[in-house]
Ligand binder design. Structure first.
Ligand code: BGC
Length: 724
């Protein structure tokens, strides 16, 4: 269970840093190398620490002071992978334990050989803690003079935006460095402590506090440096400096943190690992990688949610999109339902911002921001980066028109309720979310010749803007309002309004050719050959050949749109309609968004196209795990990792949810076996599928009705089904 890069290459450093990030949902630390290399972006993040830099539009997840840099000298010679003589280089993230390891042999200019091993780990229990270890082991006779310089470096910024004011820097006992910072605009405090197992010479200058430790070592007595880092934010404690200092005073060894963390990961994998016996071992690696990242990106406190890049980079400024509710939340819903609840509470606690946005735009109810951070107010930048030729900036219309986010949140509330039957959650949080989101749709619709239409929106496909009656949006709005009615808080007049809305809302149906129009104008637009662009999916190459408007005026999709609807609401359309529309729309989809391919894979599996689905699944797996050096520099594609899990469970295992669970397995030929656990209505069901049989088991005797390949069965403790 490893992600490894066993060749040092300056070109891929940022990608490695992203993919091998360690973390625990509270913090994330990019897997940067200890030494400084050209263009290497260091990154350390704590969820919820957002700040708006002077002169910028939106708050961003603050890149915190660096704690990873370490300058190593042997007999005065500085270690660098660029100039030193190195052999047996190995660097990997061990997914089973969460440990990042680098190991190599360095032959110094004077000919001495030493083995250098660096390890780090993010504690899964004490989430404010990170542990580091450096071992320098001379391989030849004689002694080596070691000098190590490390510390807390406040010179870090978010691409040049400064967010932190240094408030205090202290040293205690020559082994404990403590720093306190405050974010400039949001005024959040941050306490950082670094505790070393050896005393050193301390210096504090230019926003850095550092210690230099010098020691001789030999073959018999290697040099072992351990450093513990603690980070506390003002969101948890008033006294972040004190908290960091107190934590740093403990005597904890790397081994202890490792053991604790290993146990936590073991537990995670034992309970939640998806195992795939495939001809292609890559499939197992991809699903392990996805689950590892899902686990480390997700906070477990209801004040926080998941950013589009998790806690792995500065991309998308750490903002939360629909990615969370639709792509990431289901993994938790069916593994740790309490975390799915917590993610929805994040929205509930931000209803005030959503209501204010609705009001400012003359709507009722709650209009959740397209991009959200800590406050719950809209954070989508108004303009994209400047076009350096025209000097103009492209307007980003998502905040003004990508309103499906409202229904996506309501959809997730219902997904949660149907899965858990948690009435307490529904009463305390769900109902209000459903009501306020439904109210928004009442005011968002407009009556045209007796029917209600929804105009000027952007659907999930962001290459089609400002259109009327986007099928995805209209159907999800209907679902949202129906859900509010079904879980009404008892206001009769409002219920009547909901009913009227539902009776009049225009829901596009298949035309004579069997095509469901993505929106009112889509099918009237010309198509072009997209082969060249599809081959380079994800690169947005089309935008260099065509202007944005030209793209909008053609049948060109960035990502799943109608296919997204068919995935979320398969009951709306019959098999033939789904098949026809999947083929039609996929041909016109570039998959320039990482949210696209895995969703197509699910719908393809549902129309018995398991091999096509598998192709798209593998392509989705390669969005981060590929050979190109820069695809993930700014952070992992969080939603796409969630979607890899979705494709496995809802595509290949063929689970569909409703009143009752239904399973129609569709394993690709390359898979001999697929196993995973799935939480459903207070039961943890174990799925074990092969090409021609399915074994379901659970711990209790309670009878659970379940449809398998169209026939009803009753699962007690174990059920074995064979394909005829
Ligand atoms: C996609 C959106 C997505 C966002 C963040 C965009 O490129 O089009 O659907 O929410 O990225 O991942």
């Amino acid at each position: 269970m490893r992600i490894e890069y066993n060749q040092f290459d300056e070109e891929t450093l940022n990608k490695e840093a992203t993919l091998m990030t360690i973390g625990n949902g509270y913090l994330g630390l990019r897997a940067v190398q200890e030494e400084n290399y050209r263009n290497q972006d260091r990154g350390f993040f704590v969820r919820g620490i957002f700040d708006r830099a002077v002169g910028t539009e939106s708050a961003e997840l603050v890149n915190l002071p660096d704690i990873t840099a370490l300058e190593l000298r042997i007999n005065g010679e500085v270690f660098s992978m660029n100039s030193s003589k190195i052999s047996q280089y190995q660097r990997y993230l061990e997914l089973s334990t969460g440990e990042l390891v680098r190991s190599l042999i360095w032959q110094t200019a004077s000919g001495q050989r030493v083995r250098i091993t660096n390890k780090r780990i993010a504690n899964q229990k004490e989430k404010s803690q990170l542990a580091f270890q450096l071992i320098v082991e001379p391989l030849d006779e004689g002694t080596c003079m070691i000098s190590v310089k490390t510390g807390i470096d406040g010179q870090v910024s978010n691409g040049g935006n400064q967010h932190l004011i240094e408030q205090d820097l202290r040293v205690f006992d020559e082994r404990l460095l403590v720093a306190e910072y405050e974010t400039i605009e949001s005024q959040l405090k941050l306490g950082l402590a670094m505790r070393l197992n050896k005393a050193g010479v301390i210096s504090a200058k230019n926003r850095k506090i550092q210690t230099t430790i010098s020691e001789t070592c030999s073959k018999e007595a290697p040099f072992i440096l351990e450093k513990m880092v603690y980070v506390f934010s003002g969101l948890e404690t008033e006294a972040s400096f004190e908290a960091a200092k107190t934590a740093g005073q403990q005597n904890v060894s790397y081994g202890t943190v490792f053991a604790e963390t290993k146990t936590a990961w073991k537990d995670f994998w034992q309970n939640h690992r998806v195992t795939i016996a495939s001809e292609n071992p890559f499939d197992q690696q991809a699903i392990d990688f996805a689950c590892y990242h899902l686990q480390i990106m997700t906070p477990d406190a209801p004040q926080f949610s998941v950013g589009a890049k998790g806690l792995t980079g500065e991309g998308y400024k750490g903002h939360v999109f629909w990615d969370t509710e639709i792509f990431i939340l289901p993994f938790f819903l069916h593994n740790y339902p309490e975390i799915a609840e917590s993610l929805l509470k994040y929205r509930y606690f931000r209803l005030a911002g959503a209501k204010e946005k609705a009001q400012q735009n003359n709507y009722q109810g709650a209009l959740f921001p397209w991009e959200s951070a800590l406050t719950g107010y809209e954070e989508t930048p108004k303009y994209a980066a400047i076009n350096i030729r025209t000097g103009k900036r492209q307007v980003i219309s998502s905040a003004m028109a990508e309103h499906h986010i409202v229904a996506d949140i309501a959809f997730a509330v219902m997904d949660l309720y149907e899965t858990t039957n948690d009435q307490v959650f529904m009463d305390q949080y769900g109902k209000e979310l459903l009501k306020e989101t439904a109210l928004f749709w009442l005011s968002r619709g407009e009556e045209v010749a007796g029917r209600i239409e929804i105009h000027d929106v952007i659907g999930p496909d962001e290459y089609t803007e400002h259109i009327n009656n986007n099928a995805y949006t209209n159907y999800l709005a209907a679902y949202n309002v129906q859900a509010a009615l079904d879980h009404s808080t008892g206001d009769e007049e409002l219920n009547q309004q909901f009913e009227e809305f539902l009776a009049k809302l225009y829901l596009p149906v298949p035309n004579e050719a069997g095509l469901i129009p993505q929106d009112d104008s889509f099918l009237t637009k010309p198509s072009i050959d997209l082969k060249k662009y599809k081959e380079q999916a994800g690169s947005q190459l089309i935008l260099t050949d065509y202007s944005r408007q030209e793209v909008i005026d053609r049948q060109i999709l960035k990502q799943a749109d109608l296919v997204m609807l068919m995935y979320l609401q398969p009951q709306l359309f019959d098999f033939e309609t789904i098949k026809k529309n999947l083929y039609y729309y996929e041909e016109r989809t570039i998959h320039d968004s990482s949210l696209s391919k895995a969703i197509h894979a699910i719908v393809a599996a549902r129309i018995n196209e398991a091999e096509w689905a598998y192709e798209m699944f593998q392509a989705a797996c390669r969005i981060d795990l590929n050979d190109q050096p820069h695809t993930s520099d700014e952070g992992i594609h969080a939603a796409s990792l969630g979607a890899i899990w979705l494709a496995t469970v809802f595509g290949f295992a063929g689970i569909s949810k409703g009143e009752q669970l239904a399973v129609t397995p569709q394993l690709p030929k390359a898979w001999q076996q697929l196993q995973f656990s799935f939480y459903w209505k207070n039961e943890k069901i174990h799925f074990d599928l092969t090409q021609d049989r399915l074994i379901l088991s659970k711990a209790t005797q309670a009878e659970l009705p379940i449809m398998i390949d169209g026939q009803e069965y009753h699962l007690k403790q174990k059920l074995e089904w064979r394909r005829n």
